[in-house]
Design a protein around this ligand. Structure first.
Ligand code: GDP
Ligand code: MG
Length: 425
């Protein structure tokens, strides 16, 4: 069984939480894109964990975790994350963590570039991209410029150290243009020596490993970061991430382009949240926003930034479901709506007096206005619901309404952050 778990919305749908839950049926969990800009919060019997780079299967004993070639890896951050989890009692060894030799290393100068550019944009235009400032866009740009170092090179540093001076000189041309001090070759060697060497035992050809595992009939789950609307091609460019967050990319980003997914599970939130900049048509402001943000605890796991919030957005979610080719949906954070006697959903957009049902091009999106419709709430706690029969009628009606409007089956409903707070429909 090859299954992808992807975000339908703008990210932070609760992918980490669902991967932690559903990975009980899987032998392997593989992250296939992005870097430490991810923030997946998982709460289970072992405690509360925030994962940035490690796949969310790392918290389950017996699951092998793979970091695929589609990822960009800040090796200092990864060493810190492994250390932090070990302190929390999680066992991590080359037995349960395998890092692709083809994954790209995020360099300290990429982080610097990200900061320099966001600050420049803010000063020049007042409109930064809303980056997490962790070097993700610059390192993916370098990847396509073919001026990066890959994890496999850490196994034989001689060759990479030969290439290093020219790449540092090239990078310094950019850094100096921003008016910053150049970086040195020695600093970069220290970065590789201090952190890269620690990770060497984990580096393997994960494509080979996954192909073998697949031949043996093992179940593999592919875990995405962010959501469809933050995808580099299909999202709200330029306010997106710099990698493909799409299920169809999973086999490529995982290192097994020859394999086909059996199943795509889309993680969709019962309302909307959007961290950072960009058009967010269904956005709430003022007290309405404040209330929903507080109820949903909508503050970024990676950055602590207050997330922008709004009601469920049918137009954007339907588009997200299409992009992810979702076969079934896990609807998360339904309990966040417990407090409302009545709440809203955004059913359409309006542009120049016309009603729009299809998610438009980003520039057009800026001019769209949301059309809200009222939905009757259940106004009681869902926290203890564990089966369909436990759900109040209004909650079930809301689930069926979303299924109808989005034309996709909702299979799982999450009613709390803890591992067991879910319902299979
Ligand atoms: P991810 O990036 O998609 O993995 O999602 P995040 O971890 O950034 O954000 C989801 C947040 O909601 C986390 O703090 C989770 O602990 C929490 N969460 C997940 N599912 C539920 C749920 O069903 N109900 C509630 N109340 N919280 C949830
Ligand atoms: Mg997150």
């Amino acid at each position: 069984m090859l299954t992808s778990i992807c975000g339908i919305n703008w990210g932070d749908e609760g992918k980490g939480r669902m991967v932690d839950l559903l990975s009980s049926d899987y032998d392997i969990v593989c992250r296939y894109q992005g870097g430490n800009n991810a923030g997946h919060t998982v709460i289970n019997d072992k405690g509360k964990f925030v994962l940035n780079l490690l796949p969310s299967g790392i918290l389950r004993e017996g699951v092998v975790n793979v970091m695929g070639p589609g990822m960009v890896i800040d090796i200092k951050h990864l060493c810190g994350e492994i250390e932090r989890l070990r302190e929390g009692g999680i066992k991590i060894s080359p037995e349960n963590l395998k890092i692709s030799d083809k994954a790209v290393i995020t360099m300290p100068y990429n982080v610097l570039q990200d900061i320099m550019e966001e600050d420049r944009l803010t000063k020049a235009t007042g409109k930064p991209y809303g980056s997490t400032r962790r070097g993700i866009a610059p390192v993916y740009a370098d990847k396509y410029m073919k001026k990066v170092f890959r994890m496999g090179e850490l196994l034989n540093t001689q060759l990479m150290y030969k290439r290093l001076p020219d790449i540092v000189a090239w990078k310094n041309m950019t850094i100096k243009a921003y008016g910053f001090d150049p970086v040195s070759v020695d600093e970069m060697i220290e970065y590789f020596e201090t952190y890269g060497k620690q990770l060497a035992p984990y580096i393997v050809d994960t494509g080979l490993y996954l192909n073998e595992a697949n031949k043996q009939g093992k179940n593999i789950m592919f875990e995405a970061q962010l959501g469809a609307l933050r995808d580099i091609d299909f999202g709200i460019v330029p306010y997106t991430s710099s990698s493909s967050t799409i299920a169809a990319y999973a086999p490529i980003g995982a290192g097994v382009p020859n394999l086909k997914l059996n199943n795509s599970i889309g993680i969709m939130k019962a309302y909307s949240s959007c961290v950072g900049e960009g058009p967010f048509t269904c956005e709430y402001f003022g007290d309405k926003a404040e209330k929903l943000r507080e109820l949903g605890g909508e503050y970024g796991a990676a950055t602590g930034r207050p997330r922008r919030v709004g009601p469920f957005d049918v137009v954007a979610s339907r588009y997200g479901i299409r992009c992810q080719g979702a076969d079934e949906i896990a609807l998360t954070k339904l309990d966040v709506l417990d407090d409302y006697e009545e709440f809203e959903i955004c059913t359409h957009y309006e542009l120049d007096g016309k009603i729009i049902d299809e998610f438009p091009f980003t520039d057009v999106l800026d001019m769209c206005k949301p059309v809200f419709e009222k939905v009757k709430g259940w106004h009681c706690s869902l926290a203890k619901c564990r089966k369909k029969e436990d759900l109040p009628k209004e909650a079930l009606d809301y689930i069926h309404l979303l299924e109808k409007l989005c034309d996709c089956k909702i299979k799982y409903v999450s009613v709390g952050a803890e591992r067991d707070a879910y319902i299979v429909l």
